[in-house]
Design a protein around this ligand. Structure first.
Ligand SMILES: Cc1ncc(C[n+]2csc(CCOP(=O)(O)OP(=O)(O)O)c2C)c(N)n1
Length: 350
């Protein structure tokens, strides 16, 4: 283990979550239009999630609902580095990745409402968003369940001689699951084009990482598999994009996997069943992380660089608000699935 890596409980103070080596990625040389697109994608997720929370409280969304508020830069940065023909799998906290992958606010909101027009035909709900066309192979409710599945997708890519990559998003609690070890060992041994994106938001439900893990420098685990790894600032969309791009190039050109530990923070509770701050963290801690909110810091940086003005920001907010309003109306007005749809997609059609 390299010296200076945070290993002990005291090192996991919120400020330590930001990788020490991280400095904000320079904006010079970036396309202003592309940066504004990244900002809009993050804003869309934020406003979508705020609205989903409200709609849940109104009883329109059944089952569990895990919001992604605070983690937007991870999904948006990652998707910006992946190609449309790459494969993506997620945990149950996947509204953000689905939107960033382009599933569309209408189809995601309708799925949350359990409507026939939802991306999974209304049968998956919040935790099981799916879109084969966009190679978005699901939200998965079993913690860590998607990690071996992505390894299988990466194996299939290699077997067929493709140059796509398969990316898995999962929380830090998943790395103590046996499936994580088995999958990463296989991926390294067989040299598979997989990217393992661990969104370390510090808490699995209400349990802090340091209470369940002997080491919590998750990137360091990659040395067990002789795998490339990076610790990434998950509040910085460009840092995420660049790290995923490096991993994707490694996978496409050398057919080897990468483990990325992306340090982020969720501003809301674990799910809609959990109060915002919970009993496991303090209000002060949450506020401290909110100071690095990507929805606030990124527009500030764009403004300072002359790439966004107040009028442009207001127009973006209005545009996103209209898209969310439309998605809710669409979901409200959409029909429930037909009873006959119940058995569809259960067995393979002959
Ligand atoms: C195998 C398994 N064990 C336990 C659970 C219950 N459970 C649901 S979410 C969760 C916490 C997972 O936290 P993490 O992986 O860090 O993701 P986050 O919720 O922070 O995004 C647990 C233990 C489950 N769904 N699957």
């Amino acid at each position: 283990m390299a010296a200076g890596r945070p290993r002990r409980r005291d090192d996991l103070k919120p400020q330590a979550l930001r990788p020490k080596e991280a400095t904000p990625s320079p904006l010079a040389g970036e396309s202003p239009a592309e940066l504004r697109r990244l900002l809009r994608d993050m804003l869309l997720i934020r406003r979508f999630e705020e609205r989903a929370g409200e709609q849940y409280a109104l009883g329109k969304i059944g089952g569990f609902c895990h919001l992604y508020i605070g983690q937007e830069a991870v999904a948006v940065g990652s998707m910006a580095a992946l190609r449309p023909d790459d494969y993506v799998m997620c945990s149950y906290r996947e509204h953000g990745q689905a939107l960033a992958r382009g599933l569309g606010a209408r189809s995601v909101m309708a799925e949350l409402f359990g409507k026939a027009t939802g991306c999974s035909g209304g049968k998956g709900g919040s935790m099981h968003l799916f879109d084969a066309e966009r190679r978005f192979l699901g939200g998965h409710a079993i913690v860590g369940g998607q990690i071996p599945l992505v390894t299988g997708a990466a194996f299939a890519i290699k077997y067929r001689g493709g140059d796509q990559v398969a990316a898995a998003f999962f929380g830090e609690a998943a790395v103590n699951n046996g499936a994580f070890h088995e999958a990463l060992n296989m991926a390294a041994l067989w040299k598979l084009p997989a990217i393992y994106i661990c969104e370390n938001n510090r808490y699995g439900m209400g349990t802090a990482a340091e209470r369940v893990s002997a080491i919590y420098d998750i990137a360091a685990r990659a040395c067990s598999y002789d795998m490339a790894a990076e610790t990434v600032d998950g509040m910085e969309v460009l840092a995420v994009r660049d790290a995923v791009a490096r991993a994707a190039t490694r996978a496409r050109e050398q057919q080897v996997p990468t483990l990325l530990e992306v340090r982020t923070y969720r501003f809301m509770g674990h799910s809609m069943a959990d109060p915002i701050h919970g009993h496991y963290r303090t209000k002060e801690e949450v506020e401290q992380h909110k100071a690095r909110d990507p929805i606030a810091t990124f527009p500030e940086r764009l403004r300072a660089a002359g790439m966004l003005d107040e009028e442009g920001w207001q127009a973006m907010e209005a545009d996103v608000a209209a898209e969310i309003e439309d998605a809710v109306r669409f979901a409200d007005e959409s029909p429930d699935p037909e009873p006959s749809a119940l058995s569809a997609h259960v067995y393979r059609e002959a």
